[in-house]
Design a protein around this ligand. Structure first.
Ligand code: LLP
Length: 405
């Protein structure tokens, strides 16, 4: 059984720190990392936590301490990773559609870089030539992922250099002696089917002979975790087995032993996170019972943005009879966490937990309606500690400049 925080632990933590509250469980993150290590123990594999899922520095430090590397999607994430103590060699910067100045900054910081446009790759080749090995992010034209908003490798996606432009990449190797060490793809988030990853490997293996300096195939993130009770995630043991077979087959055929990188975000932190909210009002409208809570799409946007399911339980009255509820936020917009959701009888003041809140929860939160973002707590070694205090009104005003009358 995976490690979970019990209702009792969650309730006590919510009462101690107040709601709305994000709670993260360090040991659960470790457990997921070890599952990956185990599944890939016979493959030359490295894992870079896609920290866009959750960047609290204490989470980054934990990731570093357990031996996992880090993948960043902005130069600021790179700087956060450095401040969490990662050495540059353990940091990967997979950029998309950024100004070239951000790439020069990343070069200055000495981190691994994947470049995702021909335009930036040309500038990079002109400026650095052979001197700084680099990776390229390709768009393999593969449809993958849980929904269209999180599908990134298909033929209409903005991400990566379209694979049909590969000759132009090769030209740069010839003209500027560019050292392309990594071929990268990230086809989507929530990819359950292992064969989708294999398809990506095959696209890249077909191209590999044209890249003499190639050392790494980077398959990005996208490993799926269950969100609904009874749902299954990606079979990581099978993924490990299939990747091993593919890489060994490639080595036998070509004599080249490549390493594989992954950039898991959700897989490492989704299930380790909980959003605890408190119910504010109950509103009966015909057959519908709306449950208002002290949170909303400003704190967890996934249900409204992607139609995502987050499992919800009543942690202060879990033995109540199951009833259907519309669980809604307090934002001045239609913001539902769940509709017609069966939850143990909810009373005003009850505490609810939303599961799978570790990835893209706090990280996508905002101050919309001038509301404070939730506080964040890390539970490690059975100890709950505040890792981000709740906002104050001063925080909302901190970056504003008051003009003279
Ligand atoms: N690597 C790259 C280059 C990515 O773009 C992403 C996610 C990842 C790794 C990590 O993917 P994961 O393992 O977490 O699926 N906010 C959305 C997900 C957007 C993912 C964007 N890129 C959500 O909440 O579902």
């Amino acid at each position: 059984m995976p490690q979970v925080l019990t209702h009792q632990q969650l309730l006590e933590t919510a009462k101690e720190f107040g709601t709305p509250l994000y709670v993260y469980h360090a040991e659960r993150i470790t457990e997921q990392y070890l599952r990956l290590k185990e599944a890939f123990r016979e493959t030359n594999a490295s894992f870079f936590y896609a920290c866009k899922a959750l960047t609290n520095v204490n989470i980054l430090r934990h990731i570093r301490q357990i031996g996992c590397n880090v993948d960043c999607s902005s130069v600021n994430e790179v700087k956060l990773a450095l401040s969490a103590g990662f050495e540059p060699a353990r940091i990967l910067y997979t950029s998309n559609n950024i100004a070239f100045s951000e790439i020069t900054e990343a070069v200055g910081l000495g981190v691994n870089i994947n470049i995702d446009s021909l335009s930036n790759l040309r500038k990079f080749a002109d400026q650095y030539g052979h001197s700084y090995p680099v990776g390229v992010r390709l768009r393999p034209n593969i449809m993958a992922g849980g929904n269209i908003k999180i599908s990134t490798g298909h033929g209409k996606s903005k991400f990566g250099i379209p694979v049909e432009d590969i000759d132009k990449v090769i030209d740069l190797i010839r003209e500027k002696d560019l050292q392309i060490r990594t071929l990268h793809i990230h086809t989507g988030s929530e990819i359950k089917d292992v064969e989708v990853f294999v398809k990506g490997i095959e696209v890249l293996f077909d191209l590999a002979p044209r890249f003499p300096a190639l050392k790494t195939i980077d398959l990005g993130g996208g490993i799926k975790v269950p969100y609904k009770p009874g749902e299954e995630g990606t079979d990581v043991a099978l993924l490990g087995k299939r990747v091993k077979e593919e890489f060994e087959g490639f080595a036998e055929k070509t004599g080249r032993r490549l390493q594989v990188w992954f950039e898991p975000g959700k897989f490492l932190v989704s299930e380790a996170g909980y959003l605890i909210v408190q119910t504010t009002v109950l509103k009966q409208s015909g057959a519908t019972c709306f449950v208002g809570v002290d949170s909303g799409l400003n704190h967890l946007i996934r249900p409204m943005f992607y139609g995502s399911y987050h499992h919800i339980e009543n942690i202060s009255n879990n033995s109540g009879a199951l009833r259907p509820y519309h669980i809604v936020g307090n934002i001045c917009e239609t913001d539902s966490f769940a509709e017609d959701r069966m939850v143990a009888e909810i009373r005003e003041g009850d505490y609810l937990v939303l599961y799978n809140a570790g990835a893209y929860g706090f990280e996508m939160a905002s101050n919309y309606n001038a509301r404070f973002k939730p506080a964040e707590v890390l539970v490690k070694d059975n100890k709950a500690q505040l890792i981000r205090r709740r906002d104050t009104l001063d925080d909302l005003l901190a970056t504003q400049l008051i003009l003279k009358d």
